[in-house]
Design a protein. Structure first.
Length: 416
């Protein structure tokens, strides 16, 4: 009996121990599960926060792309086909639109022919792994019309195979018309500044000589005039002073006239007059300045020809042409005339048998301060003024010349 009692008590203790052991194990398991759930909850919360940040980042990323008007593209090096992630460039019929699946060759062919070869070679070098990045600017012709716009592209390798060869490229493209326009404006401003500096130097070099020559003559002859008693000699000196005064006045008039045109202060006064009479008057006036072996004549297409233009501007052009003809023609003839009007325009010309102009210099004779012969007096402004005045009248100027045979200077203006 006693042994059975001890045995029964021992079994109950063992059972209690086992129950307590199971309870403790269960509590520990619940604690572990609770801890694991808390950690999972924190991890999930962190992932949700990261996802939210990523979504916000993507939205901001798209805003930035849209603000910069960028296009994001990928190029599969194995298939040589493009896919476009986003394209925020301007769209419409006047712009080239890229589409998914477009081949590299088709994309390059859409570029201006002057840039296509360079851009194609640069992309091929990146695809073949010979370069690590790509950056090009190029023109893209507009689908409708003869215009084009500028684009700038960047690209790099986004994925490589096990051998390190490029598999996929990622790049961006953006319109840069405004920047190119600014660059062109800066280049134009620089060129105009350089041209202005060149003209200033030429002006000072030419004017200092051309003004000083008649001025020295005026001062010299004036200083000796009081000591001259012979009337004939005094008359000769007065004529020389008058002649040099007119030369000086002519130079100043040229500078003033070209300044008026440049500043927009030249006012045109249109009037109708008989061109035949005006050309005859100018030819007669030039007769007194020609050399002894030179004759001056006229040749008109019509017996009477009325035109409507600024009389003063046309006369100034004719006088400059005749002045050059008389200076460079030592023998032969000077002919003043015009051709039959055509399509509301008339070409007036002055032909001489002077020394002529070399072919390589004929395009430069209308430049300011340019002189074919530096030893012949003149400021180099006359023909430049003729060109400017002709443009003001809605016309143009030109010259045909053969060295040693003579020149024909012409001005073409509207009749009305």
């Amino acid at each position: 009996m006693l042994q059975q009692l001890y045995y029964s008590i021992g079994r109950e203790q063992i059972l209690d121990i086992l129950i307590w052991a199971f309870l403790i194990a269960g509590v520990l398991a619940l604690a572990v599960m609770l801890y694991w759930q808390v950690r999972q909850s924190k991890a999930l919360k962190s992932e949700l926060e990261q996802l939210g940040k990523l979504q916000k980042h993507n939205i901001e990323y798209e805003f930035v792309l849209e603000a910069m008007r960028l296009s994001i593209w990928h190029l599969d090096v194995r298939t040589m086909e493009f896919t476009f992630e986003q394209d925020f460039r301007e769209k419409g019929d006047q712009f080239f639109v890229n589409v998914d699946g477009m081949s590299l060759n088709d994309s390059v062919m859409a570029i201006d022919p002057n840039d296509a070869e360079r851009v194609g070679k640069s992309l091929e070098a990146l695809c073949q792994g010979r370069t690590s990045s790509y950056h090009e600017t190029y023109r893209v012709p507009v689908t409708f019309g003869n215009k084009s716009y500028w684009e700038e592209s960047y690209a790099t390798v986004a994925e490589r195979d096990v051998d390190g060869n490029p598999v996929r490229l990622v790049g961006t493209t953006m319109r840069i018309d405004d920047r190119k326009a600014m660059e062109e404006a800066l280049v134009d401003a620089r060129n105009r500044a350089e041209e202005s500096d060149r003209l200033k130097s030429a002006f000072l070099a030419n004017m200092s000589h051309e003004i000083r020559t008649p001025l020295n003559a005026i001062i010299g002859f004036t200083s000796v005039l009081p000591d001259v008693e012979d009337n004939e000699e005094r008359k000769m000196l007065l004529n020389l002073i008058h002649e040099n005064t007119q030369k000086l006045l002519h130079i100043v008039d040229d500078v003033v006239n070209i300044s008026k045109v440049e500043t927009g202060k030249l006012e045109l006064v249109m009037m109708s007059f008989d061109l035949n009479n005006e050309l005859t008057m100018q030819a007669d006036a030039a007769t007194k300045d020609v050399k002894p072996d030179v004759t001056v004549s006229t040749s008109f297409a019509n017996e009477t020809q009325y035109i409507t233009t600024d009389h003063k501007c046309l006369v100034e052009i004719l006088q400059h042409y005749l002045s050059n003809a008389t200076k460079f023609t030592d023998a032969g003839s000077i002919v003043v005339g015009y051709d039959q009007p055509n399509e509301g325009r008339i070409r007036i010309w002055i032909k001489d048998t002077g020394k002529g102009i070399p072919e390589n210099l004929q395009q430069r004779v209308f430049e300011r301060f340019f002189k074919v012969d530096e030893f012949v007096p003149g400021a180099g402004l006359g023909l430049s003024i003729c060109q400017t005045l002709a443009y003001s009248l809605g016309g143009k100027v030109g010259v045909q010349s053969v060295l040693g045979e003579g020149s024909t200077f012409w001005v073409e203006i509207p009749i009305q």
